[in-house]
Design a protein. Sequence first.
Length: 412
Amino acid sequence: MKMFVGLMVMLCIANVQGVEVTGPKSQAKDDALSVAKCPDGSAVVKCKTILGHVQTTCDGVYVDPKDISKCVAVNSGRGKGVKAQAVCAKNVEVENPCGGGSHVPSFVNRHSRGVAPSVSCPKGYKQILCNGRSPWIGRLKGVNADGTIGNNKPCGVKGCTERNWCEVTSVCEIKDNESYRDEVCPTCDNFVCDDDHECVMEEDGGKERPVCQLIQLGCVDEGVCGSGKCVPVGRDDYDCDCDDHFVFDEVDGKCVPEEVSVKGALSAIKDDAISTAKCPPRYVVTECSVAVSKVHSESDGAYVLPDGGNACVAVNGGAGKKGVVAVATCHYQGNAEIYVNLHSRGPNPSVSCPKGFSQILCNARSPWRGRLNGQVGSNGVIDNSKPCKIVNCTDRYWCEVTAVCESDVHEH
């Protein structure tokens, strides 16, 4: 018999799952033990006596509380010897389903001794074995003749005393990942993600469960896109789903108003003749300049139409022999106040943008030759690095300036 048991142990080492191990027969005396020992790194998943009868010739069976690999059967004062038999399974450390990089055992065991001993499995585990034992005959009501208590019942016994105590042991197996999480970490409070991930609740099969997702830094600033929705791309990048009439500017990384270029018709070749570049509906001028003829010598300058800001006007001068063409860039304004336009006329016209806006265009015009000399570019534009103003005009020989200002929120 000993040779047979040794053979089974060797077989168990080669293939641990579901292997049966039988302990040697105990001596025929009270409290004598038979131990069925699983290989190192294994756990007892079934434990019973195959010789002796609990309640008469056997005091019961238990899994060693200090060693989950041992199944122990106990002979009673009336017994002629008992034999413990175990089924072994490899007790591997598995990755914690709640994350964090830690590991948990596949099997754990529980033990209780007293007047009404009872054990239950920790959250995330299910009972697969329950055994009972008492040195006193008649105390193990509800325990089967082989020393087991069915897994469909609570793992416990009643009717014992402080002197005539009883004990129960159980073995618990880890549940599948989904069930484990549902019991141990059903929310993000106990669910651990890697440093570059964050926990979020997502619906899975009609139930909200925690999952780890890559922390997305591109859309941390919800207003990064301006007039559009931020769309995460990888960990750090983003794209923008822009609103109608807005386009994504890859340089600035946000949605900017859609732009169109407009040219006016060539003006007549006479003093004060105009060329008008008009924007489409709901668009406003953001750039305005004179083409064909030069300011100072042939053109009186350019301005943005003060009423609505949707047209760029170039003015031919008395000395203009070729006419002028107004050239404009228009951006979508819609109902939002993205752009505002300003106008001033007089001996020293000057404008400045309101708080929260920045100047993006300044034009100047004067019907009197020489008044704009040295202050305005030959295309009718004053550089935005300079104040939008003209000096040295008079009430009779007036000058005028117009400016377009862009909201700092939508600046591009």
